[in-house]
Design a protein around this ligand. Structure first.
Ligand SMILES: C[S@@+](CC[C@H](N)C(=O)[O-])C[C@H]1O[C@@H](n2cnc3c(N)ncnc32)[C@H](O)[C@@H]1O
Length: 212
């Protein structure tokens, strides 16, 4: 998925609109497992943001659990499919088409943020994105984040094949130094998330709370 020499990072909206142009859901319609395991951090009725939500598998699942969900993504084609998934499952999600630099981030508004495979971000963009995420959480709000580690460059079963976009425990510890770490784990697993994330994968998961 992606080649460092293609336009993926120069033209993210065009690239992802093309990737989402088929009828199938590239990462499936089931939620990400790390999110499923940690979504119990949030109670029904609480407000959660899904960052770069793609075709909606995570936001729709969270809405079906009774959460009030905002979601955005840069790719209009992904958001259109996300809206169809929400309608088919009879749930409401407040979807927006936006790049993470342009999203109208509220401050101290969310009980939770889900950032699942948002490794389109190079180090500079990632710094701004992580800062927005932390600032958008209420005190006591919880971030659930999933990504790939550098070991994923050996597997190439998903994610950007670019070292500087990948996460290590040390990097996430540093990036979220102001947060209370509830879980931080590098692990390997065989994942089956549509055709986009498929096979043995080098993963990292973080759960962190903004201090009260
Ligand atoms: C690997 S996909 C993950 C989608 C979704 N989070 C999931 O787990 O199914 C990465 C997503 O990031 C979106 N994206 C890429 N660059 C972006 C940007 N600058 N701002 C917002 N979304 C972006 C893509 O359109 C794509 O949906």
């Amino acid at each position: 998925m992606g080649n460092p020499n293609d336009s993926a990072f120069d033209d993210p909206a065009g690239t992802w609109n093309r990737r989402f142009s088929g009828d199938d859901y590239l990462f499936g319609t089931a939620p990400n497992n790390w999110l499923r395991e940690h979504a119990g951090q949030w109670q029904a009725g609480q407000r959660v943001l899904c960052v770069a939500d793609g075709e909606g598998r995570n936001s729709v699942w969270l809405a079906a659990r009774g959460l009030r969900v905002d979601a955005f993504d840069i790719a209009e084609a992904g958001v259109a499919k996300a809206r169809r998934l929400a309608a088919a499952q009879g749930v409401a999600v407040n979807f927006k088409v936006a790049a993470c630099d342009d999203y109208d981030w509220p401050r101290a508004a969310y009980d939770g943020v889900a950032a699942i495979f948002v490794q389109f971000a190079d180090p500079a963009l990632r710094g701004r994105l992580f800062d927005h995420i932390v600032q958008s959480l209420k005190p006591g709000g919880v971030l659930v984040l999933q990504g790939y580690t550098p070991k994923q460059l050996d597997y190439r079963t998903g994610g950007p094949p670019v070292l500087s976009h990948l996460y290590t425990e040390a990097m996430l510890r540093d990036a979220f130094a102001g947060m209370e770490l509830l879980a931080l784990r590098e692990y390997e697993a065989v994942i089956e998330e549509g055709s986009g994330h498929k096979g043995r994968s080098a993963l990292i998961g973080l759960v962190a709370r903004r201090p009260r």
